[in-house]
Design a protein around this ligand. Sequence first.
Ligand code: ACM
Length: 748
Amino acid sequence: MPSWSLLPQPAKLSPARSGAVDVASGAVMSVRGADREVHSIAERFVRRVADIDGLQLHLATTDVAHPAIAFEVDPHADIADEAGYRITVGNGGILVSARTPRGVFYGSVTLWQLLTPPGWTRGSPVKVADGVIEDHPRFAWRAVLLDSGRHYQSVADIEKLIDWMSLNKLNVLLWHLTEDQGWRLDITKYPELTRVGACRKAVGLDSELSGSADRPYCGFYTQAEARAIVRYAAERYVDVVPEIDLPGHSQAAIAAYPWLGVTGKRPSVWTDWGVSPWLLKPDQKTLRFVDDVLDEVMQLFPSRYISIGGDEADKQQWNASPEVHAQMQRQGLANMDQLQGWFMQQVAAHLVEHGRTPVGWDDELVAGAALPASQVVMSWHGDDGERVALAALQQGHDVVMTPQESLYFDHYQSELPDEGPGPAPAASLRQAYDTRLVPNGASASEAAHIIGVQAGLWTEQMIDFAHDQHALFPRLAALSELGWSAPGAHDWNDFLQRMPAELARYRALGIDYADSAFAPSFQIAAVEDGAFRIELSNQAGYGAMRYTTDGSAPTERSTPYAGPLTLPADTRLRVATFAPDGFELAAPRTQTLDDTGLLSRDGSALTTCSRQSGSRLDGAKPAQGPRPVYAVDIGNACWLWPQLPLDGIRHVAMTVERMTWRFGDEAKDAVARSKASAFGEFEIHADACNGPLLSRSSLPSAAQAKGQVRLEAKLTTPVGAGVHDLCIFATGDPRDGQWALAHMALSK
Ligand code: ACM
C-alpha cells in the first residue's frame, strides 16, 4: 500500500483503506473550466513532472471525460481559506479543487509531492494511494528574507530560490536590498545610489569574488531585473516585499549622497560586518529623498507590504549632532529613539497614503519607543525575547515571528568539522522546527495578530549560492511546516519520517542541501593494546549509521552502528546515515584510527578560551580541494585542548590562516596579546594560558600570509609526563589580522 509523505503536513489527511491511482507517462490531465491562470499552473505542473519525475503527462486542451488528473476552480466550493485546496484520489483519477487559482497552485505542489513518494525513481509510474487531502495555510505570511546587500545573488539564482520556496508553500520573499555594505536597487532619480553605493572595496574573500583586491565588489539589480523577479515570483504565488532599510544600515546611501548623513562627510561603502554608526539625517530633505525612492519602489513592487527596516540604528552620530538635537526639540521629542519613531512615522505615512502597508523591525520596541501604528512588526529579538513580540501584539501590531537564532538561517547548523560558515551559536534543524511562534502570555486575540513566520538569510558569510543553499535547506522544510501546518501537527518525529522523501526531492531539483542533522560525528578514545573505542552520534538522532572498515563506501546494507565499537589501530572507519527505507540521509564521513589522529585536532574541535562557540568563517579558496571553514572566536585567537597525554611529545605542526579583520563593532572586545617579533607568533602553553611556554612559532607578514600557513616547532620545554591542558593562542592584535587555527598535530 503506497503512503503519502507530504511536507508541510496538510491540515487533514483521510486515506482510504485501499485503492490507488496509477500515474504513468501518457496519463491525461485536464483543467475544468477555461481559467487561463489555472491553465498556466497546469502547464508548469506538467513541465515539472516531465523535468523532475521523467513522466510525460498529456495536458488536454479541452475538458475530457475521465482524466487521470484534473484541476478545477470553484469559487463556491466548501474549502477553508482562499489559499486552501482539496485533493481527491479515487475511482482511477485525481482531482485538485480550490476556490482560487492560488489554491489550485498549492494543490499542484502537494500533488507533485504525491508523485515523488518515498523511494520514487525517475521515469517509473507512480501509485498514489486513494483518499482525500484537505488543506489550507496556518499563516498568510510564510517568508524568507534574502539579504542581497552583504553579498548579492544572480537573478537566475534568486528565481531558483523563489521556485523552491513555492514548492515549500512559502509565499513571501522579503528582499533586503539596501545595506551599509551595498545599495543594490537602481533608483532612476538618484543614480549615485548604485554608481557609488553598489561598490565596495574588495576586502578579504570579496577579492576572490571580484577577481582581485584591486577590483571593487560591485552589483545591483536594474529595474527591469526587479520587475522580472516580481513577475517570476507572482507566477508561483510569491510576493516580493522589498526592504529599504532606514535610518540605519544606510552607509552605502550616505556614501552616494553625503547630504543624507549628519556629519557632512562621505564614508566609504562599508567593508566590515556589524552595526555601522552611519545614520540618515532625520530631516525634511532626507524624507523627500526617501519618498522619491519609495515612489520608484512602489512602481516596481506591487506588493501590499513594503519594509522600511528600522533596525540597529545606533544613535551616536545623532547624539553628537547639534542639528539633530535641534530637530528633536522642534518636534517636541524627548530622546533620539522618539526621533527615530517620528522619522519612521513620516515614511510610513507616505506608504499608507499610497495604499501600502509598512513593515519594519522590532528594535524601537526594545528601546521602549513606539513604531508607526500601521506597521507590521518583524520580531527578531529573539528566541528568549518574546516580550518584544508580546509588546508588539499588545500595541495592536500585526507581527511576523523571525526569532534569532532559531530562524536566522545564517547561523551555522552543527558542530561538525565540515559544517559551513555562519555566526555562532548553532541553530539546528530541530531548533528551527521547534521555534515558538506564539509568545508566552499572548491572549488568543493577541495571538491572532501573528500573521506569519520568516527565516532570515543574512549574507555576510554567504558568499555564493552554494552557501545559501546549504544554509537554507533543509531548515526551509522546518520553516515551511511552521508557516503552513496547524500547530497540532507539530511533531518532530513525524517530520523526520517525512524528511527522506523531501531530501530526495531536493536532490532531484538539484538543491545543494546540508546533511548536518544526520551526519555521523565521531568520539574516539585509545584503549588497551593500541585499539580504539569509537562512539557515533548524529544531531537528529534519526536514521541508522552504517559503517565499513575496509575503505568502501557504506551502503544501506552495511553494518548498522548499535553501540560503542572497539576497533584495531589503522582501521579506516567510514560511516553514512540511512533512513529506514534505505535513503542515504548523510554522505559518508571517514575517520582513520591511529595515534596521529588522537594527537591532532581541527581548530573547530577545540574549545575557545572564552568558552563561547566560535563563528565559523570561510578561509581562502585553496588551489585544490574544498574551501576551509574555521571556528573563530572573533577578537580572541585562543583555543584550549584539555586533558592531553603529553608523554614524549616533542614536536608540533599547525596550519593557520590570517583572516582580514572586518568585524566592525566586535573590535571593542578584541583581546591583544604582546608579541615577541614583528608579525606575532602562535604560542602553546601547558596547563593554562599563562602556564609554561611549550612552543612559539613566528608568523609571516600579512603580505606573505595568503591562504593556509604551516608552522612547525619543537617543543622548547620538554613537557612533564602525564596529562595536561594546552592553551594555544596567536599574539598580536586581532584587529591587525585575525588568526584562525585550521589544524594542529603533536608528535613524538
Ligand atoms: C536584523 O537582524 N538586524 C533585523
